[in-house]
Design a protein around this ligand. Structure first.
Ligand code: AQP
Length: 332
């Protein structure tokens, strides 16, 4: 059976973009694939995280994944740092990947910005850890958005170079899983920036833990332009905020963007925003209630994660043994 690995960083509150762009798809995937869902806390610390906030976000991220409908018995849900094989394999990949390969990664350039010399070594080597996450379980498919395509290519290069260097066929060629048209949700404050956990403004995103009142307020305050709503997607040009709000509505209501434009086109934003807020609340309220319930019992949540980590370690052990043998490391 095809095996999927998906990760999500506990870098803050999960938001509507994470839900519509990733988690909602994961819920659909679990019927057809063997899935590993991982809260990637080791990736999170490539940028500074307050320890207490990291611990809370790790539980909240797991809770949100469960609340969205992931079954932790049929799948494996776990925290990355609880499976040492990720770090062990990532080190070996640090020695397989070439500096030139990593230097081409656009996400490092974006995240390091102008302060490149001050960025952590971890941020630079992040794609090697991502390759380890996937290959530690010999995952065959990874659901990826546009922004992760380059990293997945690197995973394929690393797998191939490892196999060639050591004359083995340990690692499979990983395939990207493109799930329908890409849903990229943009910031409510700036339609050209993606909605992000680490955006300083909480008004830029709808969190999965927001109340109905929070959501209504954020949607009301969302940036728009003075023109009425576009009547077709062809009129989105130069109107990133309008395009974003319409796309969000379409994703929430599972409707074509064209249909949403036909329905609301020509009307003022105030009418539309009310309907958008209602649609967001209808989708998110049950998830929020469940996240809050799960967060109220951290011991039960930790038991689910511990069980997931045990099962992940069991899957990883024989792969790591194969890798150690290939490299010439003595048995652990
Ligand atoms: N705005 C978005 N629209 C659609 N999909 C999104 N994802 C994130 N933001 C959007 C998808 O969510 C999954 C998990 O992402 P991640 O936590 O691993 O990292 P990220 O993409 O860097 O997410 P954030 O929210 O922007 O976090 P920070 O602020 O920490 O960088 C991925 O599948 C991603 O595509």
């Amino acid at each position: 059976m095809a095996r999927i690995f998906s990760g999500i960083q506990p870098t803050g509150h999960l938001h509507l973009g994470n839900y519509l762009g990733a988690i909602r798809n994961w819920v659909r995937l679990q019927q057809d694939f063997e899935c590993l869902f991982c809260v990637v806390d080791m990736h999170a610390i490539t940028l500074w995280q307050e320890p207490q906030a990291l611990a809370r976000a790790t539980r909240e991220t797991a809770a949100a994944v469960l609340a969205a409908g992931i079954d932790p018995h049929a799948n494996i849900l776990f925290v990355q740092s609880a499976v040492p094989g990720h770090a062990q394999l990532a080190w070996i990949f640090n020695c397989v990947a070439r500096i030139g390969w990593l230097s081409r990664m656009t996400q490092f350039k974006e995240k390091a910005g102008k302060h490149r010399e001050n960025a952590s070594v971890g941020l630079y080597a992040y794609p090697n850890l991502m390759a380890a996450d996937i290959l530690l379980y010999k995952a065959t498919h990874v659901p990826v958005g546009e922004d992760q395509k380059q990293h997945l290519e690197l995973t394929r290069d690393i797998a191939q170079k490892f196999n060639n260097d050591f004359g083995v066929t340990v690692f499979p060629v990983v395939e990207p899983l493109i799930l329908g048209p890409a849903t990229r949700i943009m910031s409510l404050r700036d339609g050209t920036k993606k909605m992000s956990k680490s955006d300083a403004s909480d008004f830029s995103r709808i969190n999965l833990t927001d109340t109905a009142d929070d959501i209504a307020l954020k949607v009301r305050k969302a940036k728009t332009d003075p023109a009425p709503l576009p009547e077709t997607p062809a009129q989105f040009d130069g109107r990133p905020e309008a395009a974003n709000l319409i796309s969000i509505y379409a994703a929430l209501a599972d409707q074509e963007v064209e249909r949403v434009c036909a329905r609301f086109g020509g009307r003022p934003f105030s009418d539309f925003k009310q309907e958008l807020a209602d649609a967001a609340v209808a989708v998110l309220a049950p998830i929020t209630t469940e996240v809050n319930r799960l967060m109220a019992d951290p011991a039960a949540l930790d038991r689910i994660l511990k069980d997931g980590a045990e099962r992940a370690r069991a899957l990883a052990a024989p792969v790591l043994e194969e890798v150690y043998r290939a490299v010439g490391f003595l048995d652990a």
